[in-house]
Design a binder for this molecule. Structure first.
Ligand code: RP5
Length: 165
């Protein structure tokens, strides 16, 4: 199976990024985690993206806050799918990172999830890998079914509490 690369702009991003790693663990998807910055280590970030396909990666997840150019800079140097996670920061609550991540020029796509959307980034990368992996696709179906059951149970509890007619 292809690996997922989880790349973050700073180790201060780990508390959010760890949730993506945990979700990939649930699906037994192989992954690596790296700190690479579009601004502080631009050469290393570029080299990583250039070699990512050859290194066996199928998807890159890029998490960054503030002027979040990491996903875009990786996408500029690979044709692997890149999923950006805009991270919440103090000054602008993550809107800065959201806009920096999502507003890519035509020709260099980045798939952006919501602010701090690490779980969805991991799930989207699993869905991409599942295009050519039936076992993974079945695991995704099972996870969706479990999610549905969980919400139905919560609904039953709420209805039992409030709807006493
Ligand atoms: C971004 O700047 C990083 O992704 C991080 O979210 C933010 C702040 O980084 P630190 O100053 O905490 O290293 O590049």
């Amino acid at each position: 199976m292809k690996k997922v690369a989880i790349i973050m702009g700073s180790d201060s991003d780990l508390p959010v990024v760890e949730k993506a790693a945990a979700k990939l663990e649930e699906f037994a998807v192989p992954y690596e985690v790296h700190v690479l910055s579009a601004h502080r280590t631009p050469d290393e970030a570029r080299q990583f993206a250039l070699g990512a396909r050859e290194a066996g990666f199928g998807v890159l997840i890029a998490a960054a806050g503030m002027a979040a150019h990491l996903a875009g800079t990786l996408a500029a140097n690979t044709t692997l799918p890149v999923i950006g996670i805009p991270l919440k920061s103090k000054a602008l609550d993550g809107v800065d990172a959201l806009l920096s991540t999502v507003q890519m020029p035509s020709g260099i796509p980045v798939a952006a999830v919501g602010i701090d959307g690490a779980v969805n980034a991991a799930l989207l990368s699993v869905q991409i890998l599942a295009l050519s992996d039936e076992v993974l696709a079945e695991k995704l179906d099972a996870a969706r079914a479990a999610g549905r059951e969980s919400v139905l149970a919560k609904n039953a509890a709420v209805e039992a509490r409030f709807n006493k007619h």
